[in-house]
Ligand binder design. Structure first.
Ligand code: LLP
Length: 432
C-alpha cells in the first residue's frame, strides 16, 4: 500500500518494516496490550515542539504558558513543567491539575470569561502569576475577593483587538462579535481604575485572537495594537511589565502549510527587543496536536449496496464502523476537521476502496473521516493522526461510553498514563 508522505511528515509516527511505529514502539503492541480506543503520545515530539517554539523567540525574555485545555493529561503537563513551561488555565479544575503535578502557581496565568468566585479565591490563595481579566465586572469581582482575602491580585486586561484570525468561526476569539476580552476603546478607564485600586497589581496586557492560525499577519496586527495601548498607558503614568500574546499557532493536519514559527519569532523579537516587556505566549495545539494519535479497531465493514444489474454504487457508501467515536474525538463532528488515517501495517488486503470511518454512536454526525482510500478488513487497527490536541480533553461519556486510555511513548517504551475509564467510574457519581 502506498502512503501519502505528507501524512507521515506531520505526524509523530512512521512505518518500520511495514509496521506503524511511534518512536521505537509498534502501535499494534500498544493496542494489543491496552486495548482500543487508546490515545498514544510521543514524548520526543512533545519536547521537540516545545524547544522549537521556545528557541524561535531567541534571547527575548519569555515564557511559554502551555494552554492546559489542549491536552490536560497529567503526564503531558509534567513533561512540559520539566521543560520549564508555565501554564495557561481557564478553570479551577485546570489549576488543580497543574498543582497535582507539582507545577509552580507563580507561572500560571488564568484566562476565561466566566471565572467564578470559588475559582478566583482558589487562584488568589494559590498565588498565581496573573489573572487575564475579560470584563469590567470580573475586574470588580477580583478586587473584592482580593480585599476580602487580604491579597493583592496580579492582573492583565485581555484585549479584544478586533482582528480576523482567518480561522474556523468557532475558534476565532479576537473579533468584536466574539465574547472574549475587553475592547481596546474601553481599556484605558479600566486600567486607570485598576491602577488606583490597592487590591490589584497591574502587570500587563494580554490577547488571544484564535486557534489554528496560519497567517501570522493578524497576530502581528494584534501585537501592534497592544503596543499602542502600552504607550498610551505609559502616557497616563501606568507602566506595564508584561505582554501575553496568547496561542493559536496552526499545525498541519492535511496539507495546510506549517506555521513558519521561525519567521514569526524573528518578527516578534524585532518588534519587542527594545521594549523591556516580558513576553508570554500560550500555545496548546502547536505543542501537542501532531504528537498524538488515536488508535482504533475496525469492528464492522458495511460495504455499499449495489443496484441490482449494475456495478454502480447508488446513494450508498462504504462504511467502516470502528470502536472510537465522536465521544472520543469530537473534532470531525464539531468542526468538520480532517484527520489523517493510517493502518497499523502496510501489509494490505487487496485494492483500496473509498471508506467513511464512522463510530458506533447513534448520530449521523458520528464520523471520524470521510472518503478515504484504504485497504481494510474487520479487526484491523487504524491510527487517527494529529489527535494530541483537543482530543482527549473534548471527550465525553456520550452513549455511556468509557473514556479512552492514554499512553505516553518514550524511546522503546511506553507507559499507560491514564487507565481506561470503567463503568464503575461512571456509575459511581449517581443514585437511582
Ligand atoms: N489561550 C487562550 C486564552 C485560549 O482560549 C486558547 C484556546 C489557547 C491559549 C490555546 O490555543 P492554541 O495554541 O491551542 O490554538 N477545540 C478547538 C480549539 C479551541 C481553542 C480554544 N482556545 C479545536 O479542537 O480546534
Amino acid at each position: 500500500m502506498t502512503v501519502d508522505p505528507q501524512l507521515l511528515n506531520a505526524a509523530a509516527v512512521d512505518y518500520v518494516n511495514d509496521i506503524l511505529q511511534m518512536e521505537g514502539v509498534a502501535l499494534q503492541d500498544i493496542a494489543n496490550a491496552v486495548g482500543t480506543p487508546t490515545y498514544a503520545y510521543s514524548a520526543a515530539s512533545l519536547r521537540s515542539q516545545y524547544q522549537l517554539l521556545y528557541s524561535a523567540l531567541g534571547a527575548l525574555p519569555h515564557r511559554l504558558h502551555y494552554a492546559v485545555k489542549a491536552n490536560s493529561t497529567l503526564a503531558v503537563l509534567k513533561l512540559f513543567a520539566d521543560l520549564g513551561a508555565g501554564f495557561d488555565i481557564v478553570s479551577g479544575g485546570e489549576l488543580s491539575r497543574v498543582l497535582a503535578i507539582g507545577g509552580d502557581p507563580a507561572h500560571v496565568v488564568f484566562s476565561g470569561v466566566g471565572k467564578t468566585v470559588a475559582e478566583i479565591d482558589f487562584a488568589l490563595k494559590t498565588g498565581i502569576e496573573c489573572f487575564n481579566v475579560e470584563s469590567a465586572s470580573e475586574l470588580a469581582r477580583i478586587s473584592q475577593r482580593a480585599e476580602l482575602l487580604g491579597k493583592v491580585a496580579p492582573i492583565a486586561l485581555r484585549i479584544n483587538p478586533n482582528v480576523d484570525p482567518k480561522t474556523h468561526p468557532y475558534i476565532s476569539t479576537g473579533l468584536k462579535e466574539n465574547k472574549f476580552g475587553i475592547l481596546q476603546e474601553a481599556a484605558l478607564p479600566l486600567y486607570q481604575q485598576a491602577a488606583a485600586d490597592p487590591n490589584l497589581n497591574v502587570r500587563g496586557v494580554a490577547c488571544h485572537i484564535g486557534s489554528q492560525i496560519h497567517d501570522p499577519e493578524p497576530l502581528f496586527d494584534a501585537l501592534e495594537q497592544l503596543l499602542a495601548l502600552v504607550d498610551e498607558l505609559s502616557g497616563h503614568g501606568i507602566s506595564l511589565t508584561d505582554i501575553d500574546l496568547g496561542g493559536g499557532f496552526g499545525v498541519t493536519y492535511e496539507a495546510e502549510p506549517a506555521f513558519d514559527i521561525e519567521a514569526w519569532g524573528e518578527q516578534i523579537s524585532k518588534t519587542l527587543c527594545d521594549r523591556g516587556l516580558h513576553l508570554s505566549i500560550e500555545p496548546g495545539r502547536f505543542l501537542t496536536a501532531n504528537a498524538g494519535v488515536l488508535l482504533t479497531r475496525v469492528e464492522y465493514l458495511k460495504p455499499a449496496v449495489l443496484e441490482s444489474g449494475s456495478d454502480e454504487t447508488v446513494d450508498s457508501k462504504n462504511f467502516a464502523v470502528v470502536d472510537a467515536a465522536m465521544n472520543d474525538l469530537l473534532r470531525p463532528s464539531l468542526y468538520q476537521s480532517w484527520h489523517g488515517i493510517l493502518p497499523a501495517t502496510t501489509k494490505t488486503h487487496g485494492d483500496p476502496l473509498c471508506w467513511d470511518i464512522v463510530g458506533p454512536i447513534c448520530e449521523s454526525g458520528d464520523w471520524l473521516a470521510k472518503d478515504r482510500m484504504l485497504s481494510i478488513q474487520e479487526g484491523d487497527l487504524l491510527a487517527i493522526l494529529s489527535a494530541g490536541a483537543y482530543g482527549s480533553t473534548l471527550s465525553s461519556n456520550y452513549n455511556t461510553r468509557n473514556r479512552a486510555a492514554e499512553v505516553l511513548v518514550s524511546g522503546d517504551a511506553y507507559k499507560v498514563v491514564r487507565r481506561r475509564e470503567t463503568l464503575q467510574d461512571q456509575l459511581s457519581t449517581e443514585i437511582s
